[in-house]
Write a protein that binds this ligand. Structure first.
Ligand SMILES: [Mn+2]
Length: 368
C-alpha cells in the first residue's frame, strides 16, 4: 500500500538553472490554467484539500486559495486528511480554516473540489472515498509528475489534472493562476499563504528548482506586508528540547553504504513514541544528511503506527531517485521522492538500500 509521504520539503542543493520562459511555454501554462478557470466558472461552493502529512507548500497554497476565493465571493472550506501542524498555526490563527478530520462541517455537495500539491488520490487517505462523489468537479492542481504509469490510480470522469511541473511550488502556480483568473487583488492574507508555499517548497530558496519567479513572488508578497522573519521563526524555530534529543539520537545512528554514496536514518515506532515525535517533527531530519560530502542519495525510514514503513528519498542532483520510488509503488520529484511499504523496517531498509546501491553503481559505470 502506498501511504502519504514527506518528500515535499525535498529537492537538491545547487545553482538555479532556470531560464527565462519562452512565449510558447507561457502560452501552454496559460492554457493549463484556463482549464482551472473553466472548472471554477459558476462554482459557488469550493472545497480545498491537500495531501496527508501536509507541508508548508500545501497549507500555504490552501490558505492563499481560500482567502482569494472568499474575496471573489465564493464559499470556500478546507478539509485535510491530517490536522494542521502546530508550527503552521499562524496561517490560521483563529483555527477555523485549515481544518482536518472531524473539524469540518461538510457540505452535502460542492461545485468544485480543488486538491493541491498532489495528483495522487491515494495521498488523500479516507477523504477520497468520502468526497470524490460529492463534488461536481475535481481539480488536482499540482507541480509533481503525472502518475501516468501507475495502474492503481484511476481518475473519475469529473476529475481534471492541472499540472504545472516547472513551478517551484504550488504558491508559484497559484500566482500564475490568480493573474489568469483575475477575480480579485492579492491582499496580505493571500500573500502570506503564497509566501509560505514558495519559501518552504524551495527550502528557503536553496533548492535547484528555485526559480527567478519564486524570488520575485517573495519580494511582491513582502511588499504586501508579509514579514519574512516572523514566518521563518514560526516554521523553523519552534522545536521542543525533546526534538533535539531525538535528533541527537538519530544522527548518532546514521548509516552509510555504497562507499558513503548513500546515507540513511531509521526511526522505529518505539523511538518515535518515546520522544513523542510527530511526522512533522521528523521531516527535517533527512535534510541534515545532505551535509555529508560524499552522499549522493539520502533516505529516511520511519515506522508508522500501523507497522508500515514510510521512506523519504533525496538526491543531491546527480542521481534521479523518483524511479526507485515508483518501482516500489511511490512517486515524487526527480530528486525528492517517497514510498511507503507494508514490510518490517529491517526488510524495507534492506530492499531499498540494495536497489539504491545498484542504481548508484549503474550511474558510476554507465552514467545512467
Ligand atoms: Mn509542493
Amino acid at each position: 500500500m502506498y501511504l502519504p509521504l514527506f518528500f515535499s520539503e525535498g529537492g537538491v542543493f545547487g545553482l538555479s538553472t532556470k531560464v527565462v520562459k519562452t512565449k510558447s511555454e507561457s502560452l501552454s501554462k496559460s492554457k493549463e490554467f484556463q482549464k482551472f478557470k473553466l472548472a471554477l466558472e459558476g462554482a459557488k461552493r469550493v472545497l480545498v484539500s491537500t495531501h496527508a502529512l501536509p507541508d508548508g507548500d500545501g497549507l500555504g497554497a490552501e490558505a492563499a486559495l481560500c482567502h482569494y476565493l472568499k474575496r471573489a465571493r465564493k464559499a470556500c472550506r478546507v478539509y485535510n486528511p491530517d490536522p494542521l501542524p502546530k508550527r503552521y498555526k499562524f496561517l490560521d490563527p483563529k483555527g477555523n480554516m485549515l481544518l482536518g478530520p472531524g473539524e469540518v462541517e461538510l457540505w452535502d455537495t460542492c461545485d468544485l473540489w480543488v486538491i493541491v500539491d498532489t495528483n495522487d488520490p491515494r495521498r488523500l487517505g479516507k477523504l477520497w472515498a468520502e468526497l470524490s462523489l460529492r463534488a461536481k468537479k475535481i481539480v488536482f492542481l499540482d507541480h509533481h509528475q503525472e502518475l501516468t504509469s501507475v495502474p492503481e490510480v484511476v481518475y473519475p470522469p469529473h476529475a481534471l489534472l492541472v499540472v504545472d511541473p516547472d513551478s517551484s511550488s504550488i504558491g508559484e502556480s497559484l500566482y500564475h493562476l490568480f493573474s489568469e483568473l483575475n477575480l480579485t487583488k492579492i491582499n496580505k492574507d493571500v500573500a502570506l499563504g503564497l509566501y509560505v508555499s514558495v519559501m518552504t517548497d524551495t527550502n528557503s530558496f536553496r533548492y535547484s528548482r528555485t526559480t527567478a519567479l519564486a524570488h520575485q513572488i517573495a519580494g511582491e508578497m513582502i511588499e504586501l506586508g508579509v514579514n519574512p522573519e516572523e514566518i521563518y521563526q514560526a516554521i523553523y524555530s519552534s522545536k521542543e528540547v525533546s526534538h533535539l534529543k531525538l535528533l541527537g539520537h538519530m544522527l548518532q545512528n546514521v548509516k552509510v553504504g555504497a562507499n558513503a554514496k548513500v546515507a540513511w536514518l531509521e526511526m522505529d515506532l518505539e523511538l518515535r513514541k518515546k520522544h513523542q515525535a510527530s511526522a512533522d517533527d521528523t521531516q527535517s531530519f533527512l535534510n541534515l544528511l545532505l551535509l555529508l560530502k560524499d552522499s549522493e542519495v539520502v533516505c529516511f525510514f520511519r515506522e508508522e503506527d500501523d507497522g508500515s514503513v514510510r521512506v523519504s528519498l533525496k538526491s543531491k542532483g546527480k542521481i534521479p531517485i523518483s524511479k526507485v520510488a515508483m518501482e516500489f509503488g511511490g512517486g515524487g520529484h526527480e530528486f525528492a521522492a517517497g514510498v511507503a511499504l507494508n514490510m518490517p523496517l529491517d526488510r524495507t531498509v534492506e530492499a531499498l538500500i540494495k536497489r539504491i546501491d545498484a542504481l548508484i553503481d549503474s550511474y558510476e559505470k554507465f552514467g545512467k
